[in-house]
Structure formats: C-alpha cells, structure tokens
Unconditional design. Structure first.
Ligand SMILES: [Mn+2]
Length: 314
C-alpha cells in the first residue's frame, strides 16, 4: 500500500510536492484511487490561471496529516492511492483537450479505479463525465458545489466554456438528472431566463438564499434525499465557498459557504455512493497565503475519507 511520506522522517516542507505526499506512479497498477491534476483553463470566462491549480494544491496538501479524526479513518490504510501525474491537455485546443480528458478518465474508470482530480477550470468536468459514462455505460448523478449554474448555452458563440459544462453534460445524456443537484448557487444572472432554462433541464438547485436558514444537517439531508444511493460524481467548484475562504479563483461570488460549514457538510455526506470527484477553479495567482489551495487539498482529503468509509462498508 502506498502511504504518505513519514513527516517524522521527512519534514512536510521537504522534497518535491505530490498530492498528500503520496508516491507518484505513472500507471494505475494496484490502485484504488488515482489522484491527478488537469492543468487546463482555456474555458475561463473571467480571470484565467486555474491551469496552475493542481500544482498549488500539491504544495499545500503537504500540510495534511493522514488520520481523519471526525470520520475516524486513515484513508491511506484502506485505499491504495497515488499521485498519477497530470492529464495530458493541448493548451491551444479546447476540443482536443476534452477528448484527452475523456480518454484519460475512461481508462481510470474502466480499470476499476476511483478518480480524484484537481483542475483546471470547470469545463474539465465535461471531459471527466464523458469518460465516466463511456466506461460505465450510462449516466451518473452529479452533486455540484458551486456559486454558478454552469448552464449557459453559449458564450461568445462558444459551446465549450466553464460556464456551460453542466448544460452540455445534460444534453449529451451524461447526467442522471433525477438524482442531481447544485448547492451554493448565488449571485446575479444575465437574465431571469437563466433560471428557467436550468429548471427545464430537470436538476434540483439549492441556491444560498433558500438554505441560508438551514442547519448543515438540513442541507445534508436534502442532498441525501435527492441523490439517494445513485452512483454520484462530486464536482466541487471552490467558488461555492465565500471568497473570504477561497479568494484564489476565477469568478468569485460573495455570500458563500464558510470553510467550517463545508467541512461539516462533507462529513455528513457519508453514505453517498461516490464514484469519483473533482475540485476545480483554484487559480493561485489570486490566492492569499495559499488558503484556497489548502481548502481544495482538504476537501480532497475529506473525500478520500468518505471513499475509504464506503469501501469498509462493503
Ligand atoms: Mn463552476
């Protein structure tokens, strides 16, 4: 079993950073979870820079220790995990990059390995979902943490933007809409039609204004009720949190979750049938003191804990 470098022997600030100080491995042999970067931000509509997100997360993930006290599990003792490097991309060709992501993800899922990705702008989720559904032979539920709907039809005439991934995914039949929901939606839209359009797609939306008086427990219960035991992919846009906690992102929106709420919410998602996850839109150039990258690293670590608990329950 792979295990993070022992911080009692090699200090956490020493060595070349990999995700969670795990070994780097250039194949999927023996893995339960493949952790990778997707350094792509051609589809960003405002501030670019998420192509550097995975590198920043590798750096800050050095800070995390292995044992998850709240979930009472050391995920690395249950799941064989590795940093498998970065998904290939063509920084001058969005459609080719999507194809590369699809192939990459299809291979991971086909090998029976769970993918955990660090973006990249949110369009990477379209490539991932194409790969997942090709390997599994059908659509999957999506739990999207995000400030934004990501259901624009086009932007500047382009169908493949980070604000369009969810619409494309639904149109392409990749999403089990009946068990899909978006949490954290807020901020002004271009027009009232934006909201009508997304409702017509059949997914559930939990905007911040509707859940502002909910306890974390109630938010979690709403998610469990919608997703049930459907195989679900978690796509986590760091702008779902308030920019006070995740300033290093391309399209910040005020009024989001605190990091404390988000940790508590993730802990209450145990029992969901996660088939993988991505954490996207970390743009280190706008970050302060690495806090956005640290948040992303921690979210991924909590997901590893949830995946490990699910494995133990089997
Ligand atoms: Mn998004």
């Amino acid at each position: 079993m792979n295990y993070p470098l022992d911080a009692q022997i090699t200090p956490r600030f020493a060595g070349s950073p990999t995700f969670y100080r795990l070994p780097q491995q250039n194949n999927l042999d023996g893995l339960d979870v493949a952790i990778q970067g997707i350094p792509f931000d051609n589809a960003a509509s405002f501030r670019p820079g998420a192509r550097f997100g995975a590198r920043a997360v590798r750096e800050m993930s050095s800070l995390l220790r292995p044992y998850n006290r709240v979930l009472d599990i050391d995920p690395y003792q249950v799941l064989n995990c590795a940093d498998v490097g970065d998904c290939p991309v063509n920084p001058f060709n969005t459609l080719e990059s999507l194809d590369l992501m699809t192939t990459y993800y299809r291979n991971i899922v086909h090998a029976g390995v769970l993918p955990l990705s660090f973006g990249g702008d949110h369009l990477v989720a379209l490539g991932e979902l194409r790969g997942i559904t090709q390997a599994r032979g059908g659509p999957v539920a999506v739990l999207q943490v995000d400030a934004h709907l990501d259901t624009w039809d086009t932007y500047f005439g382009n169908k493949y933007t980070h604000g369009s991934f969810m619409r494309r995914a639904i149109e392409e039949g990749l999403v089990d809409a009946a068990h899909t929901l978006q949490v954290g939606i807020r901020g002004p839209l271009f027009s009232e039609r934006d909201m009508d359009d997304v409702r017509a797609l059949g997914i559930e939306i939990l905007p911040m204004d509707a859940i502002v008086d909910f306890t974390v427990e109630q938010i979690a219960a709403t998610i469990h009720a919608r997703v049930g035991d459907a195989p679900v992919f978690l796509t986590f846009d760091v702008d779902g949190l308030d920019p006070a906690f995740t300033p290093g992102t391309g399209t910040p929106e005020i009024g989001g979750f605190t990091s404390q709420q988000m940790m508590a919410l993730l802990h209450r998602l145990r029992g969901l049938n996660f088939i993988g996850a991505d954490i996207v839109e970390v743009a280190p150039a706008y970050d302060n003191a690495g806090i956005t990258a640290l948040l992303a690293a921690r979210v991924g670590y909590e997901i590893l804990g949830l995946l490990a608990l699910a494995r133990q329950a089997k």
